[in-house]
Structures are given as C-alpha cells and as structure tokens.
Design a protein around this ligand. Structure first.
Ligand code: FES
Length: 81
C-alpha cells in the first residue's frame, strides 16, 4: 500500500527501514516520506511505531526463533550422539 502519494513511498518500504532500526526522522530523510503535502505523516508514523524494534511482533518473532533453534540443537545432538 502506498502511504505517501507525493513521494510514492509504500508501507513495506517504511516498515523495512523501521525494522532496520531507523526512526521516523531518519526514514523521512532517507525516503522523503511526508516532505511535501504532509498528509501521510500520521500514517507513516504509525507504520514506524508498529515496526520498531520494541514492537510486540518483533518479540514474538524473536521468541519463536529461539524455540526453533532449541529444536534444531536437540535434534542435532540426537543425530550426533
Ligand atoms: S502524501 Fe506524503 S507528503 Fe504528500
């Protein structure tokens, strides 16, 4: 979905930058989002907030990756032993 019509910036692009640890100001500078009419700013900020490193989704993804790595380690141990 296009968030910023003026600069043709999508929510996926904003999310990708936010997940990389960039804040709204950095993303605005990098992509030019919300630098013309400004109509998209609140929506763009919402996307950044949802995708920042402290978002619950990130914690869930981290927790599942830890579980998966444990499963991998235990199966590795049984095949090696
Ligand atoms: S829609 Fe983003 S600056 Fe106009």
């Amino acid at each position: 979905m296009i968030v910023c019509v003026c600069r043709r910036v999508s929510d996926r692009e904003i999310a990708r930058h936010a997940r990389a640890g960039m804040g709204f100001d950095d993303i605005q500078f990098e992509l030019g989002v919300a630098t013309q009419c400004g109509q998209c700013e609140s929506c763009a900020r919402d996307v950044v907030a949802q995708c920042s490193a402290t978002a619950p989704v990130a914690a869930i993804q981290l927790a599942s990756s830890i579980t998966e790595s444990r499963a991998w380690t235990s199966s590795q141990a049984s095949t090696q032993g």
